[in-house]
Structures are given as C-alpha cells and as structure tokens.
Design a protein around this ligand. Structure first.
Ligand SMILES: O=C(O)/C=C/c1cccc(O)c1O
Ligand SMILES: [Fe+2]
Length: 316
C-alpha cells in the first residue's frame, strides 16, 4: 500500500486577517506546493487526524477519539456544511480493527467536522469533498485530554490497519504547534459559557460570529504586543517538536504530559496530538523520511505554523 503523510498547523484566521506579504506568501505558497504534491499523488483514501474546538464535540458526551462513519463540515469559519465523502464500509472496518486491538474507539454516524478538518482539506486537497476521507477526531481542547501515550497507540493501530489496505493513502495530521487561542476552559468559565461547552452545537450565526470575532481580536492584540492577550508563541518548543517528528523519535511523546504541553505550547499546543497520531500511523507502516517545508511563528494568526511531509524510506 502506498502511503504518504502531511502534517500542518491550521488557523482559520488565515482568511480573515491579512499579513505582511512575505509571511503570507510563504505560508500560502507552501500549502499550494503541498497541494500540488497531493494532486500528483492522487490519494484513494485520506485518513485525517484533527481536533475540534467546541464546534462538533461537546461535554455532553466527549470522547477521547472518534472515527467519523458519516460526517459533515460543522459550518464554522466559512468552511460550509458539505457532507464529507467517507467510505463507510472501510471506516467501519477500521473501527473493528481498532476494537480488535483493544482500543475502545468511539464512532459517529453524524459527526460534525470543524476547521481542524475542513481547513487542511481545503488547502491541501482543494476542497472538503475532493477525496474519500476517514476523519478521526482526537480531543485536543476539552480537558481532561487523552494521554499522549494513548494517542500513540491510536496512531499505531490505525497505521497497522492501513498497512494492509490496497488504497493509495494520504495520512494528514492537523493542528497548531504552540498557540493559545481564547478557547474557554470548563471549570474556569461563567455558567452560561460552561453550558455552551456542554451543549453548544449548531449555534446561531450571530453567536458563531461573536465567538470568531473574539479569536480575531485576540490575534490582533497578541500581534500588537498587548500583555495578557494570549500566551506567547514558543518557536523554540515548536522547532524541538518538529525535529522530534522529522527524526522519528516518537517515544518522546509516550511520557509527554498535558502540563508540559500547556506550559510550553499553550492551550492550542494540545492539538499536537493529531500530529502524534499521524506520525505514529506512518511509522507503523515502516521507517520514514520526513521533510520540513515551513515554519513561521505568526502572532496575528495565533499559530506556530508548520508543515511537514513524510514518506516510507523505501519510497522516498
Ligand atoms: O475558533 C477557534 O476556536 C479556534 C481558532 C484557532 C485559531 C488559531 C489557531 C488554531 O489552531 C485555531 O483552532
Ligand atoms: Fe485549532
């Protein structure tokens, strides 16, 4: 089975906050080059690991991981509400394989996939519905979070499943490196916000706009150097993570704690779980060779923005 991986940060603010030319040109140019690679590779199946940001998953029932058997885009940040092209029988086989490997995996016939899923599909695949995709939610926002060692296990078992599939597979991991968007935290928010975190699905357009504007404002304040606007980006930590992924040194994540990720990478840094799962899946298919394409710490977009691709050594 041919396999390829792309991991990339996401930030929906890309389409709302224009940047200094060179940075935006670099980031968009790198996404475009990777999209060309995807077009040339022509995947028959994308397996996409991504977090949610209280658009599709809420505390009324919060799984650590969830395989989408049927799913639609959640409607946040202008990415629409299209139905994803999920090969349902294959996704169900994946669920069964994960269960057989002692993972008590959650699955959904009505998953809502937010910008964690839809932005990389738009940027790398050209459109949310362009290729068959199995979306796999990895909780990176709602504490308590799944331990990184369990994320490794998830990725490894997904990789073992993929290794015996006939399709040309593209594995995508979606999430920021260090970043600290204003995602409310249960236990630290007023009751009405906690109620939203429990059951805020399908908000009104006004409520959605208000929430998104708050994120945009936070980026502006961070870029203006306003103290306390958000935790600062951490390029040093980001680069050390990127090195870890490129060197296939994934054991580092077996003991990485939430507290360490929060201290170094902010609330959004927890999204690194999607990269951990994606790289673990690729590694389960054999030794790999990775290439870093871009790194920029971008306050306006509240993101340590990076893109890495990888392929099995034999194919590289
Ligand atoms: O809308 C949200 O809640 C989060 C937006 C955001 C902003 C910057 C980087 C990210 O990874 C985000 O999810
Ligand atoms: Fe995010």
């Amino acid at each position: 089975m041919p396999v390829k991986l792309i991991c990339a940060s996401h930030t929906p603010m890309m389409d709302f906050v224009p940047l200094d030319d060179t940075i935006e040109t670099d980031v968009r140019g790198t996404f475009a080059a990777l999209a060309e690679q995807v077009r040339a590779y022509d995947p028959e199946l994308i397996v996409l690991f991504a977090p949610d940001h209280f658009n599709g998953f809420f505390y009324d029932l919060m799984p650590p991981f969830c395989v989408g058997l049927r799913a639609a885009a959640a409607g946040d940040w202008g990415f629409g509400t299209s139905t994803l092209d999920i090969p349902e029988a294959t996704a169900l086989e994946l669920v069964r394989a994960l269960q057989a490997a002692d993972l008590d995996i959650t699955y959904s016939y009505r998953m809502q996939a937010d910008h964690g899923f839809t932005q990389p599909l738009s940027l790398l695949a050209g459109d949310v519905t362009r290729y068959p995709v199995i979306p796999i939610f990895v909780n990176g926002a709602a504490r308590p979070l799944p331990p990184c060692r369990r994320v490794l296990k998830l990725g490894e078992e997904v990789g073992r499943f993929l290794a015996q599939r006939p399709e040309r597979v593209l594995i995508i991991g979606s999430g920021g490196l260090s970043h600290d968007p204003p995602t409310p935290q249960f236990g630290e928010a007023p009751p009405e916000v906690e109620e939203f975190l429990i059951s805020g699905r399908n908000p009104s357009e006004e409520a959605r706009d208000r929430r998104q504007q708050k994120v945009i404002d936070t980026g502006r304040r961070l870029a203006a150097g306003e103290k306390g606007a958000a935790r600062l980006l951490n390029p040093e930590w980001d680069r050390s993570l990127l090195e870890t992924f490129v060197n296939a040194d994934l054991e580092r994540f077996r003991t990485m704690s939430d507290a360490e990720i929060l201290a170094e990478g902010g609330r959004g840094g927890q999204e690194i779980r999607a990269w951990i799962a994606a790289f673990a899946a690729l590694r389960a298919c054999g030794a790999y060779q990775a290439q870093m394409h871009c790194y920029r710490a971008i306050d306006e977009w509240i993101v340590g923005m990076a893109m890495v691709s990888a392929e099995p050594l034999a194919a590289a």
